[in-house]
Design a protein around this ligand. Sequence first.
Ligand code: DC
Length: 232
Amino acid sequence: MTENSRQVICLDGPSGVGKGTICLAVAEHLGWHILDSGSLYRITALQFSRKFPEREVSTVDESQLVDIACNLSVSYLQENHHLVILLDGENVTGIIRNEKIGAIASQIATIPLVRDALLARQRAFLQAPGLVADGRDMGTVVFPHSVLKIYLTASPEERAQRRYKQLKDKGIGVSLSSLVEALRQRDDRDMNRKTAPLKPASDAIVIDTTRLTIEQVTDEVMSWVLQRVSIA
Ligand code: DC
């Protein structure tokens, strides 16, 4: 373990808990890099759905999924408090967030060889002065020696409410019950898969955000950051 390998803050937790927003706020505060690891699974899912339209993940040979994961030409830009994601130069920031791609990503993420294919790429995000990494297995698998591990949680109903409000603000109509059901299915798959299941690392700080605003969560995370991280 090198000193540098510790300069990572891990933010893990289930879908819709606000990790992305908090990750960006912490990274901007510290001037550190960001890893949105879910986006790598989502981009793999997008490429899969383009290459194999109308096919189920389970009907495709794993080696073809690994091939997609190994050959992603992806780059990230941090712009105006947002992360912009480019795939072969195409801005895919919006399209990878849709529910269908999220569900495919969660299925693809159960395949150990796909996870292996994305591991080195995730670790390569660690560059000086440091990295804030958001995902499901940042603290348990990808950066086990990180200086700070936070695990964010909230009830499925609360996470669905937040998502419902976001979609409503964008003029997109969905039923709240269908969002709760989709989140439950995703949690079930992410938490119960054999490889790198979603769970807090044994040394993670667990924060239940159910009754907290995003500002309150950011403040709590930042107070841990200031205790643990020596900023040059
Ligand atoms: O964080 P997200 O919703 O963008 O992630 C999409 C899916 O990718 C998620 O359902 C499971 C998978 N994922 C994973 O298995 N490991 C990670 N570190 C990040 C995401």
